[in-house]
Design a protein around this ligand. Structure first.
Ligand code: SAM
Length: 276
């Protein structure tokens, strides 16, 4: 079906926003605020996820040395190079299929990531970034537009209702700050939800998690039963790992009568190390 064209902010005709790609284009006033908060330097290389019509790409390219802009929509990806400054390199494709380490292999310094993310795939994209950051040596930081509820879960502290897998996995390898809160009207077309910009500053793990896959299994496993005591919530995953939950708690010095949702990231790491 041919989509009705509409005027983009560069004055050109663009196809209508495509829902299946989570296309909600950021209005200029909010573009300026988001880019300002990033404090881009001339020697930065920025990896932009979901360049869209280039609303963020252009101001980023005006401040940075280089922008690598990934866009899944073939029509937009084909338009962008002709509209953007020459220091923008457009990569057409699904960011979830890209080998980020290979894409960034020639960079001399850690890159900085930016993106007004498609909300339907924001969690898988976040996990890809967490896996690729390599303690800040490949990716220094990521400034991301997210659905407000996802941002709340990223910045959550132990004991709060939003604290869970996303907070623990993220805070293991990054400092997380909320930079901006945005209403639906900050985008065209407006999404049904509110949004927030968060910044992840990558660093080596706050505590040694032992085997990262074991850490992830333990965190996911106990949060499936977050209302139970830790002693009970840990049983199924400990069993799958061929270990006894009581032994793991004793070895890590953690009281099994506590609830999973009050454990700090360092305590989850201690539990994971006890499996080794
Ligand atoms: N950066 C633009 C802006 O702020 O106006 C567009 C943001 S829009 C919320 C998200 C963009 O990500 C869309 O252009 C969409 O086509 C693109 N996108 C969606 N899924 C993607 C994926 N898996 N990989 C790369 N880009 C994707």
């Amino acid at each position: 079906m041919v989509k009705r064209p509409e005027i983009g902010d560069t004055g050109r005709l663009f196809p209508k926003a495509r829902k299946r790609f989570g296309q909600h284009f950021l209005e200029p006033a909010w573009v300026a605020r988001m880019v300002d908060r990033m404090e881009v330097r001339p020697d930065d290389t920025i990896l932009e996820i979901g360049a869209g019509r280039g609303a963020l790409t252009r101001p980023l390219a005006e401040r940075a040395g280089r922008v690598v802009a990934v866009e899944i929509d073939r029509i937009l990806a084909a338009e962008l190079p002709g509209l953007m400054p020459p220091n923008v390199h457009v990569v057409e494709g699904d960011v979830l299929d890209l080998d980020l380490a290979a894409l960034l292999a020639t960079e001399r310094r850690p890159v900085r990531v930016a993106g007004n993310l498609p909300y339907n795939v924001s969690s898988p994209i976040l996990f890809r970034l967490l896996g690729a950051a390599q303690g800040g040596s490949l990716i220094a930081d990521a400034t991301l537009m997210l659905q407000k509820e996802v941002a709340d879960r990223l910045v959550a502290s132990p004991g709060s209702g939003e604290y869970g897998v996303l907070a623990v996995q993220t805070q293991l390898v990054a400092e997380v700050d909320r930079l901006l809160s945005l209403p639906p009207g900050a985008f065209r077309p407006p999404p049904k939800v509110s949004s927030a910009v968060v910044r992840l500053r990558f660093r080596p793990p706050v505590a040694d998690p032992g085997n990262p896959a074991t850490f992830e299994r333990i965190v996911r496993g106990v949060f499936l039963q977050r209302r139970k005591t830790l002693a009970n919530a840990l049983k199924p995953v400990a069993h799958q790992l061929g270990r006894d939950a009581g032994d793991l708690l004793r070895a890590s010095g953690i009281d099994g009568s506590r609830r999973p949702e009050v454990l700090t990231v360092a305590e989850f790491a201690a539990l994971s190390r006890a499996v080794l």
